[in-house]
Design a protein around this ligand. Structure first.
Ligand code: NAD
Ligand code: UDP
Length: 332
């Protein structure tokens, strides 16, 4: 297959590209580096089966050659990124999804949208199964992400029913692993970076809120299976083992051996109190379930982040790559 992957320079997009290439496919990758980084795809530079185009998918794009699939992963994903980039986030979920769907329609290609557990909002049903419609504040700060993804799902279903497009919708639950931006603000990267730098680990609120953390190799395996042999129904892909944020902090402290303190900061507005996927559908339709335990996945991620210690990446917070960064990266 030859597939277009948007968001290819991001955390998940780059790992998914590696998997497609490993399985013998060809990838046309697209990104505008708003939250991703050239480093994530630098290892693909000499690979003849990988092509890259720098483009903002919020503008139309005509893909050269034939395509069998379009996987739309482009979107800021970390809460602090999408709160910093609210309009871009709404645009990439709406205009970006529309443009990606149009590319798929032109090529009669399969379309795949990366949706999120955030469509369930602050859930009133626990664990979350796909039939649950969610509890989202449509005007709260997180709505720029949640509603963009809900719109993206609706748009995808409309192309499926109205145009007969072959479509997939994955609802991704908190995923972590190598190639996350060290300062992207998500809890796993924050805790690991803080522990390695000897900074206090910042628990928001009392730490009793829960999340269920999936290691990246499991996540992209589930995404690949869904793309290859799933159907149009939304499908949760995540690790159902649930942790409180406090338990996660304790585990990172134990695994890094840090002497850093734990401090409490205010809980963000509308922060979901619980989150855990019901993965019955993925188990039954794809034969998929995660295999990497959180302890093992965290240890691998910590090893990876250790290689950043002493590099400017460890301190760079910006979501948007500065022109100076981009020029430096291009000259590398
Ligand atoms: P990321 O920020 O690392 O990657 C997103 C990529 O999309 C970046 O490379 C960014 O530059 C690119 N991008 C954003 N807007 C773009 C645009 N307009 N045009 C071109 N490229 C653009 O995030 P990630 O964690 O890899 O997430 C990938 C996808 O998976 C996102 O759609 C996200 O919503 C979804 N998701 C991720 C998680 C998770 O835990 N990682 C959970 C739920 C959903
Ligand atoms: N969180 C935290 N400390 C941090 C970053 C996040 O306690 O430094 C909490 C956050 O409030 C949320 C959970 O960890 O309850 C997961 O946050 P993240 O930003 O990783 O993703 P979310 O699931 O909220 O999209």
């Amino acid at each position: 297959m030859r597939v277009l992957i948007t968001g290819v320079a991001g955390f998940l997009g780059s790992h998914l590209t590696d998997l497609f290439l490993k399985e013998g496919h060809t990838v046309l990758g697209l990104d505008n580096f708003v939250t991703g980084h050239r480093d994530n795809i630098a290892h693909l530079a000499g690979d003849a089966r990988f092509e890259f185009v720098e483009h903002d998918i919020n503008r139309p794009y005509r893909a050269p050659g034939n395509l069998d699939g379009v996987l739309h992963l482009a979107s800021p994903a970390s809460p602090i990124d999408y709160l910093e980039l609210p309009i871009e986030t709404l645009q990439v979920g709406s205009f970006g999804t529309y443009h990606a769907l149009e590319i798929a329609r032109e090529h009669r290609a399969r379309f795949f949208i990366a949706s999120t557990s955030e469509v369930y909002g602050d859930p009133l049903v626990h664990p979350q199964r796909e039939e649950y419609w969610g509890n989202v504040n449509p005007v709260g700060p997180r709505s720029v992400y949640d509603e963009a993804k809900r719109f993206a799902e609706a748009m995808t279903m409309a192309y499926h029913t109205h145009h007969g497009l072959d479509t997939r919708i994955v609802r991704i639950f908190n995923t972590y692993g190598p190639r996350m931006r060290p300062r992207d603000g998500r809890v796993v990267s924050n805790f690991i970076v803080q522990a390695l730098m000897g900074e206090p680990l910042t628990i928001y609120g009392d730490g009793s809120q829960t999340r269920s953390f999936c290691y990246v190799s499991d996540e992209v395996d589930g995404i690949y299976r869904l793309f290859m042999r799933g159907d149009h129904n939304p499908t949760n892909i995540g690790n159902p083992v649930e942790y409180t944020v406090r338990q996660l902090a304790d585990l990172v402290v134990e695994l890094t051996g840090t002497t850093a303190a734990i401090v409490h900061e205010p809980l963000p507005v509308d922060d979901p109190k619980v989150r855990k996927p019901d993965i019955t559908r993925a188990r039954e339709t794809l034969g998929w379930e995660p295999v990497v335990q959180v302890r093992e996945g965290l240890a691998r991620t910590i090893d990876h982040f250790r290689t950043y210690v002493g590099s400017p990446l460890m301190n760079r917070r910006v979501a948007r790559q500065s022109p100076a960064d981009a020029a430096a990266a291009a000259g590398r």
